[in-house]
Design a protein around this ligand. Structure first.
Ligand code: ADP
Length: 433
């Protein structure tokens, strides 16, 4: 039969996408669905379920028997409470950005100071808030958005991954939940945790017949949408990084060392035997959009000579306040003096954002992370070749546009990962652990 294919599905903030790839990473099919309209908040679950089954139906039927594995990413800290007796929804979905300040005092009293769970929108705050009005519920269990969507495919309860569970309190360094969390009366609700992309089990029988998947098709654990987007760039070595230049600027660096600093909002996700260290600045494309249209950006950029340093020193922010690489809630945007020439102005802004990016990577290094060696770029700003050249000069490392940036592609790579590891083990290029 035809060669094996790997299916990745991304549940992002605005819609769901799939990517179907082969072992080389070449895309055979892709597709997109927006979420069906939601009447009230609890209908999110049926809306996601509908989008999932629509996407599975969108995968051309000739490919479906060749799919060897499936993985799904979802928005971080999007949470559902499910009854393990019948799969029914007991609470949520609580969306990634929903905050539960009522749970914060309890969470702060049990977790270490400045822990990632000490934020009103963390998964643990969602769990505690639900538990406070439903305590004693024996068969309740917590699922993240991607756990739940994967569960619809494999039907086994209680499996998650160490990326999604970070905001629940899982410690990927010791590979278990910390004792302060296990001591809580709701500890039976915590899912068991595996590496992202680890096989869970086969696709449920009824779906095999409905969609024509192979009985050997395996459902694998997922990850969060921003990690899947990082994985899409296929950066696999420490020192490689992805800068996302969208409305805001986010940097993610593969590091041998785990670093955390709550002051700057810096924390690390585990990726196998490495750490993905991240930080996010409020500078970025939103400021550019306040000043120029995208067409003006293109036209003005054409006249910039990126080999010349700009003498203009700005700190472009869309509004007051910065967190990373400078932690200062009172910082005001600095976009003066404005030269007569718009080309010079834009040059100064792009170069100033590049300096903030460079300072971001310096800060991560100061905190103990592996030094950056190469940067891939995602987001609207990645299109700008002049900016890329300016950044290369300011950062002092090679910078290029990432070939793939879709989270669905990253999820497909996760589906492929286990197979890759097995092949490598068989061929002796990886040592077993
Ligand atoms: P997001 O998803 O965060 O809204 P995108 O990744 O879609 O952002 O990128 C949009 C941003 O890219 C806009 O803020 C815009 O200013 C910026 N942008 C668009 N074209 C260019 C360009 N040629 N040079 C620099 N920035 C650009």
């Amino acid at each position: 039969s035809s060669k094996p294919l790997y299916l990745g599905i991304d549940f992002g903030t605005s819609g769901a996408r799939y990517a179907l790839i082969d072992q080389q990473g070449d895309i055979h099919s892709e597709g997109k669905r927006t979420y069906p309209p939601v009447g009230n908040a609890t209908n999110w679950a049926s809306s996601w379920k509908e989008a999932l089954f629509h996407l599975l139906g969108d995968v051309p039927s000739i490919y479906r028997p060749s799919i060897s594995s499936i993985s799904i990413d979802g928005t971080s800290a999007t949470t559902l409470i499910i009854d393990r007796n019948n799969g029914e929804l007991l609470g949520g979905p609580f969306l990634y950005n929903e905050s539960f300040p009522d749970a914060l005092p309890t969470v702060e009293s049990i977790a270490p100071v400045n822990h990632t769970v000490c934020s009103g929108s963390s998964t643990l705050c969602k769990l505690v808030s639900w538990w406070n009005s439903n305590c004693g519920h024996d068969s309740a269990m917590l699922m993240h958005q991607s756990d739940w969507l994967l569960w619809l495919l494999h039907g086994q309860y209680g499996v998650s991954d160490y990326n999604n569970t970070l905001k629940l309190g899982y410690d990927p360094e010791i590979d278990s939940y910390p004792s302060w969390l296990m001591a809580q009366p709701y500890s039976h609700m915590l899912p068991s945790v595996r590496a992202p992309g680890a096989p869970i089990g086969p696709v449920k029988k009824d779906l095999l017949t409905q969609f024509g998947f192979s009985k050997n098709c395996v459902v694998c654990t997922g990850t969060t949408d921003s990690i899947a987007a990082f994985l899409a760039a296929r950066t696999t070595e420490p020192g490689k990084a992805v800068t996302s230049l969208g409305s805001t600027m986010a940097i993610k660096l593969l590091s041998r060392v785990r670093v955390e600093d709550a002051r700057f909002g810096v924390y690390s996700h585990r990726l196998d035997d490495m750490w993905l260290v991240g930080g996010a600045s409020n500078t970025g494309g939103a400021v550019l959009r306040q000043l120029f249209t995208d067409d003006q950006l293109l036209a003005l950029s054409r006249d910039i000579d990126p080999s010349l340093p700009s003498p203009l020193d700005y700190y472009p922010l869309p509004k007051k306040g910065e967190r990373f690489p400078v932690s200062d809630p009172g910082m005001v945007p600095r976009l003066q003096p404005r030269p007569d020439s718009d080309t010079e102005y834009l040059h100064g802004i792009l170069e100033s954002i590049a300096r903030i990016e460079a300072n971001g990577y310096y800060l991560l290094k100061d905190l103990g992370a592996t030094a950056v060696e190469e940067v891939f770029t995602a987001g609207g700003g990645a299109q700008n070749e002049k900016w890329t050249a300016i950044r290369e000069r300011v950062l002092g490392v090679p910078v290029q546009k990432a070939e793939q940036t879709e989270a669905a592609y990253g999820a497909a790579l996760l589906a492929l990962k286990e197979v890759y590891i097995h092949v490598a083990l068989r061929w002796g290029t990886l040592s077993g652990s």
